[in-house]
Design a protein around this ligand. Structure first.
Ligand code: UDP
Ligand code: MG
Length: 344
């Protein structure tokens, strides 16, 4: 495991020789998956003629994830563990991993083996052939029916109203060349939608189709609430269409109001004796307009909330410690031996 550069370098394109690849994996309560994903990653990448780095981010897990990650670091000098001071969320965990990764290419993947490590090899092959970003695009996914349908509808919506083209059916599983990583790192927005940011920077981006596996152990951390938040970040972060639609609806309703006023006035003038009628109509209009206004205020509020968070400009995450197995006082000692953690 200690062999950093495997033989076979002759097959590597000249420009890529001697380069390093970082794998960034976020872990949130993934204790059951740590050993598994580390082993599979190690096996799959064994033949790669590159120096490797595994950046494992512990996103405030409450289970034994950190302990297991540190054990992995003790056993494998290529592992560096970034330990967050609390849970900051998937998108920020990836951000921290990218901030700390030193590779000439960086692969982002989930830690639950839903993004199959063997596909990472295909991403690397695309990079060798000149891609700056190789994103894994789901051909199939083994998720619940409702998730599939809503995800599909969402990507269609985003495609039609977004300011930039975000490829459909892609998650955060992708490889980025160093120059892309450096560019993406400049985006410090707080409500983050990483796949949108990566799409927006440009460069030569290619899709690598794959079949997304089922989660083997544990369960998803993307509750409906979190998924809705991520979906909203995608739309609010990359589209001002919701604001446009407010003024469009406003214009249509203004016209409607004008017609209604003329109609009511005409009725009053032409038939002054008519008894009070149209109570149902009045109430419906009142409720409808009131409801619509609240929705519109909500949309405005969503953008204002984002502006507020940007103005506050708080740090995206706090790192409690950075851990490398080599930091341990007795290298080669029993796995899990307490190591001196590099405080930031
Ligand atoms: N994750 C994280 N922080 C969180 C939630 C999730 O780092 O607050 C990680 C999680 O450990 C996994 C990845 O993000 O590696 C994707 O999460 P999950 O598998 O729960 O999402 P799904 O695949 O169901 O969309
Ligand atoms: Mg998953």
């Amino acid at each position: 495991m200690s062999e950093l550069v495997a033989p076979g370098a002759s097959e590597v394109p000249v420009g890529r020789r001697g380069e390093r690849i970082s794998f960034v994996l976020p872990f949130y309560n993934e204790g059951v998956n740590v050993d598994n994903v580390h082993t599979v990653l190690n096996e799959v990448t064994a033949g790669l003629p590159y120096a490797l780095e595994f950046v494992f981010v512990n996103d405030g897990s409450a289970d034994d994830t950190l302990l297991r990650l540190k054990k992995a670091a003790d056993a494998d000098p290529r592992v560096v563990v970034i330990n967050f001071s609390r849970n900051f969320g998937h998108q920020r965990a990836i951000t921290a991993g990218m901030d700390h990764a030193s590779g000439d290419a960086v692969v982002i993947m989930d830690s639950d083996l839903q993004d199959p490590p063997r596909v990472a090899l295909e991403l690397i092959a695309a990079w060798e052939q000149g891609a700056d970003v190789a994103y894994a695009q789901r051909r199939t996914r083994k998720d619940a029916f409702v998730k599939k349908v809503t995800a599909d509808a969402y990507y269609r919506l985003l495609e039609s109203i977004g300011d930039i083209k975000i490829p459909r059916n892609t998650g955060d599983f992708r490889l980025m060349d160093r120059k892309v990583v450096d560019e993406v790192k400049k985006f410090r927005e707080h409500d983050r939608y990483m796949r949108g940011i990566v799409s927006s920077v440009g460069y030569h981006q290619v899709a690598v189709p794959f079949d997304r596996d089922e989660r083997v152990h544990g369960e998803t951390h993307y509750t409906w609430r979190r998924m809705f938040k991520l979906a909203a970040d995608g739309i609010l972060g990359f589209s001002t269409f919701p604001l446009t639609i407010i003024s469009r609806i406003g214009a249509v309703m203004g016209l409607g109001a004008l017609v209604a006023i003329l109609w009511v006035l005409a009725g009053r003038l032409l038939n002054p004796e008519s008894v009070v009628q149209g109570w149902t109509f009045t109430i419906i209009t009142l409720l409808f307009v009131g409801g619509l206004q609240i929705v519109m205020l909500g949309i405005l509020g969503s953008y204002i909330g984002r502006i507020y968070r940007e103005v506050q400009n708080r740090p995206l995450y706090s790192v409690e410690d950075l851990y490398r197995g080599s930091d341990a006082p007795h290298p080669g000692g029993p796995p899990g031996a307490p190591g001196a953690s590099g405080r930031l």
